[in-house]
Design a protein around this ligand. Sequence first.
Ligand code: ATP
Ligand code: MG
Ligand code: MG
Length: 348
Amino acid sequence: MFENILSRYGLDPMTTTVQPFGDGLINHTWMVNSYDQKYILQKVNSDVFKKPVDIDENLNLLKAYLTDTQPEYLFVSPVKAENGESLIINDNGYFRLFPFVEGSNSVNTLSAKEEAYEAARQFGKFSKLLNDFDAAQLNITIPNFHNLILRYDQFVEACKQASGERLEKAADCISFIIEHQEIVDIFRSILNNENIPLRVIHHDTKISNVLFDREYKGLCVIDLDTVMPGYFISDVGDMMRTYLSAASEEETDFDKISIRKDFFTAIYNGYMEEMKSVLTHDERQYFAYSGKFIIYMQAIRFLTDYLQNDIYYGAKYELHNFNRALNQITLLKQYLKLEQELMSNTLA
Ligand code: ATP
Ligand code: MG
Ligand code: MG
């Protein structure tokens, strides 16, 4: 399968090795070792990304802009094949080749607040450097990805269609979501606020999407498939959702879910280190809202999938999506209790 691809980059298949690499869940990723260079080869998941060409166009636009304005910035974008294209389309799918970032480490489980700080700083830096780039030029690679109004409507619809058995099981979760509809109303007010701009937003700020050096200083952000116009609350909120608790969304012992307050401060300090010079006064008012926004949206998405018999996320066991929803609701309850304190800690 690889011979045809490698030769299109001028790499000799006889002297080049290709091995599966990393822990990505969406794309297929391989490490490519030629006699003097290392690369990352990826097959784009075209079930998730319906138009891989749109991603490729986005990366090339950003690359051109950053090369021009920020030549020092480490922007990891696909290299060009011999025909000048950065996306190879063949019978096996859509492929691209990135330079391997030498000396880089990935973190899959966040254990130190310093790593949270470094990651938040890298995501902040990315949006800051693109502050003057017109985000509207970018293709939307997943329509309505963080559209909470639509996600809520889909949840209401799923409640109408669900089986009696699943409705009964999910009754308390459904009530919780409905009682906290105010989180959707606030999102609506953000959409209508002209002082909250659309920015270039990463939209997948999990810790494995940052590369670190050997001393665990942040090097750069990677995994740019979901880079689209969006609001800063998406990136900050997903960091809060995935960094604050040591227990992941898969944890079913909900007693293990607890908020690490110093990690909140680390996210704030790291992100603000870069973004404070560009965030508007109105945006700053929604920093703490970010966490509620994303955790609530993820709870809705798991619950909706449970009500729809697991058609989107799938389920390894019957209550999988129900448990994930309950996990996120548990996290949200804890977040809501601490919200004021977390913000006041950042001012100390
Ligand atoms: P996700 O599940 O987060 O969507 P993905 O399937 O889209 O992941 P990536 O995050 O792009 O895949 O890559 C998977 C892993 O490969 C990364 O977490 C990182 O460890 C490694 N990786 C990707 N690109 C590079 C690179 N250019 N240099 C070094 N390592 C890389
Ligand atoms: Mg990734
Ligand atoms: Mg990805």
